[in-house]
Design a protein around this ligand. Structure first.
Ligand SMILES: Cc1cc2nc3c(=O)[nH]c(=O)nc-3n(C[C@H](O)[C@H](O)[C@H](O)COP(=O)(O)OP(=O)(O)OC[C@H]3O[C@@H](n4cnc5c(N)ncnc54)[C@H](O)[C@@H]3O)c2cc1C
Ligand code: FES
Length: 275
């Protein structure tokens, strides 16, 4: 994590190199700092993206830090800032501060079996971790990618993840509401966990998704014997400064923007309202 003092409070200018409409509401952006400096992030960190006169929004990085010439984000339209960012095109300029937060514990996960669980837009920060593991494959054991969405149309990065499946990488997805063409699994994401055939006591898990999902996924992992300290999750809170100064993201004695957004379950289980 970068100490707050070393981070510029003023947004740096960046250029949009490419965009793709994933769904009606989710758009993908490839961006490069105009200074051509490498962003130098850790998977699981986020940036504050800004448009002058409109505002700033915290957005997770979805590319691996092994991509040095650009970084990528995927943004869902929800309000003022995200709607304005959706209108930007290739060649346009956007402001950026960061990267912020602690990120996923990539060192602690080395030489471990890892169950990666993503719900809805949670797949966005997880893609950074998954691509990082792919680019450093010998440093990690088997990985299990378990993803759930409401509908088949909202499965982001589907083609990319399917291609990663091999002897050491298992990809499973499940939807709540199938359409006519869907031949895959239907139901809640927790039903995928019993299909993972590993020693849960020694494995680790990284979970990102809607708060309701955390409760049930954690309960299932713990029931299979996974230690609470092996379960990592990323929390979404209202954030403004990203620097531990404004207090918007404060949760008891923790600042989600600086101490998190990634925490292990042992850190959170006794904090009321954390999950
Ligand atoms: C660490 C972090 C990483 C994030 N990563 C991504 C990402 O990769 N892609 C993405 O699309 N979004 C991400 N978000 C959510 C994103 O920051 C908000 O959707 C955005 O700030 C909304 O700004 P707005 O001005 O467009 O909407 P506003 O007009 O501010 O709000 C529109 C609606 O969104 C809700 N909202 C606003 N901020 C948040 C928030 N932080 N959490 C939950 N609901 C919120 C409001 O209650 C309101 O209903 C992330 C948030 C955090 C804290
Ligand atoms: S966003 Fe300001 S303290 Fe965390």
């Amino acid at each position: 994590m970068q100490p707050a003092e070393s981070v510029n409070y003023i947004p740096e200018q960046a250029e949009i190199l490419d965009t793709k409409n994933f769904t009606e509401n989710e758009k993908f952006f490839r961006i490069r700092l105009k200074s051509e400096k490498c962003l130098g992030h850790i998977p699981g960190q986020f940036v504050e993206l800004s448009i002058p006169g409109i505002g700033e929004a915290p957005i997770s990085l979805c590319s691996s830090p092994t991509e040095k010439d650009f970084f990528e984000v995927c943004i869902r339209k929800t309000g003022n800032v995200t709607n304005a960012i959706h209108k930007l095109k290739t060649g346009d300029t956007i402001g950026i501060r960061g990267p912020f937060g602690n990120g996923f514990p990539v060192e602690r996960l080395t030489q471990k079996n890892i169950i990666i669980v993503g719900g809805g837009l949670g797949v966005v920060p997880l893609r950074s971790l998954i691509n990082y593991i792919s680019d450093n494959r010998l440093d990690y054991k088997n990985i299990y990618l378990l993803f759930g969405t409401k509908t088949p149309g909202s499965l982001l990065f589907y083609d990319e993840f399917v291609k990663k499946a091999d002897k050491h990488t298992t990809y499973m997805n499940i939807v709540d509401y199938p359409d006519k063409g869907w031949t895959g699994r239907v139901g809640v994401i927790t039903t995928l966990i019993p299909e993972v055939d590993i020693n849960f006591r020694e494995a680790y898990s990284v979970i990102v998704g809607p708060p309701i999902m955390y409760k049930f996924v954690i309960r299932e992992l713990v029931s299979y014997g996974m230690p609470k300290e092996h379960i990592f999750l990323s929390l979404e809170r209202r954030m403004k400064c990203g620097l531990g100064k404004c207090g918007h993201c404060q949760m008891h004695n923790l600042f989600t923007c600086q101490d998190g957004p990634v925490f292990d379950y042992a850190q959170l289980e006794n904090i009321k309202g954390a999950i």
